[in-house]
Write a protein that binds this ligand. Structure first.
Ligand SMILES: Cc1cc2nc3c(=O)[nH]c(=O)nc-3n(C[C@H](O)[C@H](O)[C@H](O)COP(=O)(O)OP(=O)(O)OC[C@H]3O[C@@H](n4cnc5c(N)ncnc54)[C@H](O)[C@@H]3O)c2cc1C
Length: 459
């Protein structure tokens, strides 16, 4: 790569990608006194959680549901100010999250560069020295001391020469993608009564809504392979030609705090053309997805009580990617670690979120493996965010160093947030100490997170 490009900025910490992990990394590094730049291809922060419309934040399946992040608390305060989340912050409005993350970044002094694509990297003697960016101003370089790959797909790590794996090890196929959407104009109490009624009538689970609190409790969801409360409705739609089989493959809906007529849909889901590193596959998902969304809308309007005046309020700008590449880091989390609920000295995050491979049962088990019954969760170690073979590159979020099965659990927003925060703090420590990323003490990273307010269970 030529180095004759103009330099846009020299930062201490360059955060590549402004999704959940990137935003948390940037806030954490800036709050440690570093000059930080976030480079993001879209016009807002939050990535999959905002531009992909992915709500809610999943529970850790641990007794105290520890958030393993100090920024999380500030984020909830911000979202509550705009009535964009519930008290706990797990149910949220993606649009408000965009604003809340932006406000936290601006207050922390983070520099933001939107509408800019990272197209290449410059590496010298095992260190990333610059990323090449492309935007309306042309091609430029951003130089930095430490780099954080928060692109979700590990773009920067791969361009820097890091090794990676991708997809199910048996088939090479990635997890399915989804194009999420939000409907407005829904009579939520009426829709809730319909869902509740169907669950009672069929005796099947998957549709839930408390009569006294429909705006906060409406949830419904099911898959084609297992009969659930709305299976008959989807079968009838397919039989009449109003729906297609893909419409019932995976269907899920949640209420959104602050939107009294809105519901967020975790579908349509695609099981073919699902390589997120192939732009043709992303394009196909956008084309197929929009058609499916409007097909589903017309069906709900006609048949689902409460949906008579529904309209499409938002379609995700970003295709929802569950999994693409997993970067090889100093330690790559193995399936065995998850099954055995392994603990690590350099832990920054705890989780007991289950294995969640869509479309089929998970293909990995260990006979006779002993779970940690006294402390039933697994740890994520610091070494899993340090890119192997590079001196100053971290990888955070859903593409950190983990086997496919482990990634299916740790991709959820709780661990992604924590990994970004840990990377931001570690980057600042590495700069202060003048050491490579791999030499930062992961235990000290966690201690700093705790001193700032991060909570963990039973440590
Ligand atoms: C359909 C779906 C449903 C899900 N459901 C849930 C759920 O209910 N609860 C839950 O907790 N989790 C859920 N998840 C998982 C979770 O939302 C994601 O794993 C998580 O948000 C990913 O965050 P991230 O920061 O790692 O990546 P992302 O949010 O994808 O961020 C990557 C960012 O980098 C930017 N970027 C990428 N490449 C470049 C480049 N070359 N140049 C510039 N910018 C770039 C992107 O625009 C993006 O903003 C779901 C995921 C999907 C896809």
């Amino acid at each position: 790569m030529k180095t004759a490009y103009p330099v846009y900025m020299e930062a201490d910490v360059v955060v590549c990608g402004g999704g959940t992990a990137g935003a948390f990394a940037a806030i954490a590094a800036a709050e440690q006194g570093k000059k930080v730049l976030v480079i993001e291809q879209f016009g807002s922060l939050g990535g999959t959680a905002t531009n992909g419309l992915v709500t809610p934040v999943m529970h850790t399946h641990m007794r105290t549901d520890p958030q393993c992040s100090y920024i999380q608390k500030k984020l909830v305060e911000k979202q509550l100010k705009y009535t964009g989340c519930n008290e706990k912050g797990n149910m949220f409005d993606p649009l408000v999250l965009r604003l809340a993350l932006e406000e936290l970044c601006v207050e922390a002094g983070v520099n933001l560069l939107y509408h800019t694509y990272i197209a290449n990297v410059e590496v010298e003697n095992g260190s990333v020295t610059a990323v090449k960016i492309v935007n309306k101003a042309g091609e430029q370089l951003v130089k930095g001391k430490m780099f954080i790959d928060a692109t979700g797909d590990g773009d920067v790590s791969v361009m820097a020469g890091a090794a990676y794996t991708k997809g199910n090890p048996e088939t090479g196929i990635n997890q399915p993608m989804s194009l999420r959407y939000i409907l407005g104009g829904i009579d939520i109490p009426k829709a809730g009564a319909f869902l509740r009624g169907e669950a009672e009538r069929t005796g099947l689970i998957g549709a839930y809504c408390k009569e006294e609190d429909p705006y906060n409790t409406l949830y419904a969801g099911g898959v084609a392979s297992k009969p659930w409360a709305l299976t008959e409705w989807f079968d009838a739609g397919i039989a009449s030609g109003e729906l297609e089989p893909m419409d019932k493959a995976y269907w899920q809906v949640f209420t959104i705090p602050g939107r009294r007529d809105g519901l967020a849909f975790n579908c349509p889901e695609f099981f073919e053309n699902i390589d997120a590193t192939n732009p043709d596959d992303l394009t196909i998902s956008q084309l197929k997805g929009k058609k499916a969304i409007f097909r589903q809308l017309m069906y709900y309007r006609k048949h689902f009580p409460g949906f008579e005046n529904a309209y499409v309020a938002e379609i995700a700008a970003m295709v929802g990617i569950r999994e693409s590449r997993e970067i090889v880091t100093e330690y790559v989390m193995e399936a065995r670690d998850l099954f055995a609920q392994r603990k690590f000295e350099d832990m920054f995050c705890q989780s007991n979120y289950p294995i969640d491979v869509h479309g089929k049962a998970h293909n990995c088990s260990f006979d006779g493996i002993e779970k940690d019954e006294a402390r039933p969760w697994y740890d994520i170690p610091y070494r899993s965010i340090v890119v192997k073979g590079l001196e100053n590159l971290f990888v955070t979020g859903r593409c950190l160093g983990a086997e496919f099965i482990v990634q299916s659990s740790l991709r959820v927003q709780h661990s992604v947030r924590s990994s970004g925060e840990a990377a931001g703090i570690a980057a600042a420590m590495a700069i202060d100490a003048g050491i490579p990323a791999r030499e930062v003490d992961g235990k000290k990273v966690r201690e700093t997170m705790i001193s700032l307010g991060a909570e963990y269970q039973d440590i």
